[in-house]
Design a protein around this ligand. Structure first.
Ligand code: PLP
Length: 432
């Protein structure tokens, strides 16, 4: 028998995303184990790859809904099988420092110092414009939102900024970032800077980490988060990092971390990855960036072929695509209906409603996957959206036409790397 609180937690609030993921987990598309079956069907609608007389039976769900980087496992696999990964030191198997092992937090501090281009070395103890499209962040929008909240009697305490943004893929210019921090300071808000995609930037655009700023309007209320899930494509390893100078928050998170500590052997493996700068700078990050750009081009091109524009994006693992003209009506009910219809045909993407989008008809599609899955996605969309019962009915795309993405050539390049050494202080790096 659960307590009332336990019962509330157990019930949760599963949204369509969770339902979609559960269906995918039960029936994932897999080239070998669960391939798509094709039947000869003369006259059937054509596919992109010359099988015009074949009718796909849509077996196995193609998942472009989950924000995961599946492009570089070959590199990670090769690196993880080198001898330095094997370490059976006793302290890795004993009760750890709940903040994370000292050596791991030192490596993280050095890594973040270099890759966020921090003006000064980060202390391991701190680790525990112009509007071009309708979804672009501006301080005016933040001011309006806080005003609305006040009028409704809601006390706002925190501003969460995701940079590079999920789901839009925007990268905030330094000036906007500073203005947002000043806005938060004016209203005495804490700021969580979620920079989990900070190294998944595939365009030649400068990414400004909050950690690279010379000074912060309110350092005690500014907190930085990052993790291994996206930039290293290791969402299964479940390791994240909090950098905060706020001692009260450090203490509170440390208490929670008693039940969420990171296993010693995992910390060892990740430390080895972070300290291998030659591999990071010359193999992993350049290859990852190149593959992200290629995959993004492939998906954007394919969507353009079937009449789906996307907003221009520069970072993250996804594009924000405009399906408004395929909705039966401009409502979230119609958006959910379209989402369900795609899922019934074994294609999982993410509806805008899941991201609190104010306008129905926007979907997030993840491109960091193999070429064949991206082709299958386009093929399935083509089949479903261009059949008679799903012909475009609403045409309402004017506001974003100018900002749609046209794919560009890849250009590689890595963040500057000036290794620094600071093992002196550890208290503020929290690993969870
Ligand atoms: C912006 C953002 N922050 C945080 C996370 C959480 O990542 P994880 O729990 O895998 O570390 C995600 C995952 O999709 C994300 O998109």
């Amino acid at each position: 028998m659960l307590s009332a609180r336990g019962a509330r937690i157990a019930v949760g609030v599963p949204g369509p995303q969770d339902r979609g993921f559960a269906l995918y987990a039960a029936d994932p598309f897999d080239r070998e184990r669960n391939p798509e079956v094709r039947e000869a069907a003369p006259g059937a609608a054509g596919s992109r790859r010359g099988s015009a007389a074949q009718c796909p039976l849509f077996q196995g769900i193609v998942n472009l809904g989950t924000s995961e980087n599946r492009l570089c496992f070959d590199l990670i696999e090769e690196r993880l099988t080198r001898p330095d990964m094997n370490c059976l030191e006793p302290d890795l198997f004993q009760y750890p420092d709940t903040q994370g092992a000292r050596s791991f937090r030192e490596e993280i501090a050095k890594f973040l110092t270099d890759y966020t281009r921090a003006p000064e070395e980060l202390r391991p103890e701190h680790v525990s414009n112009e509007e071009s499209h309708p979804f672009q962040l501006t301080v005016e929008k933040l001011e309006a939102a806080i005003q609305r909240a006040k009028e409704q009697g809601i006390r706002v305490r925190i501003l969460v900024l995701i940079n590079p943004n999920n789901p839009v893929g925007d990268i905030y210019p330094a000036q906007l970032l500073k203005e947002c921090l000043e806005f938060a300071h004016r209203h005495e808000l804490h700021v969580i800077m979620d920079e989990i995609y900070m190294l998944s930037v595939y365009d030649d655009i400068t990414f400004t980490s909050v950690l690279s700023l010379d000074s912060l309007p309110d350092p005690e209320r500014t907190h930085f988060m990052w993790g291994f899930s996206k930039d290293f494509g290791m969402s299964g390893i479940r390791v994240g990092v909090l950098h905060t100078q706020n001692h009260e928050i450090q203490k509170a998170v440390n208490q929670l971390a008693v039940f969420h500590g990171c296993p010693g052997p995992v910390q060892h493996v990740l430390s080895q990855l972070l300290k291998d700068r030659d591999w990071l700078d010359n193999v992993f990050f350049p290859t990852n960036k190149k593959r992200l750009k290629e995959a993004q081009n492939l998906l954007v091109d394919g969507l353009a072929d079937i009449g789906i524009p996307v907003l221009k994006s520069s970072g993250g693992l996804f594009v924000w695509a405009d399906f408004r003209k395929f909705l039966k009506s401009p409502t979230f009910e119609a958006e959910l209906e379209l989402w369900q219809k795609l899922l019934d045909k074994k294609l999982l993407i993410s509806p805008g409603k899941a991201f609190y989008c104010y306008e129905p008809g926007w979907f997030r599609l993840v491109f960091s996957d193999s070429v064949d899955k991206i082709y299958l996605c386009i093929e399935r969309l083509q089949q479903m959206l261009h059949t008679d019962d799903a012909k475009p009915v609403v045409n309402n795309t004017s506001s974003t036409a100018d900002s749609s993405c046209s794919p560009e050539e890849d250009s590689s390049g890595t963040p500057s790397n000036t290794p620094q050494d600071d093992a002196s202080q550890l208290k503020n790096i929290l690993v969870f």
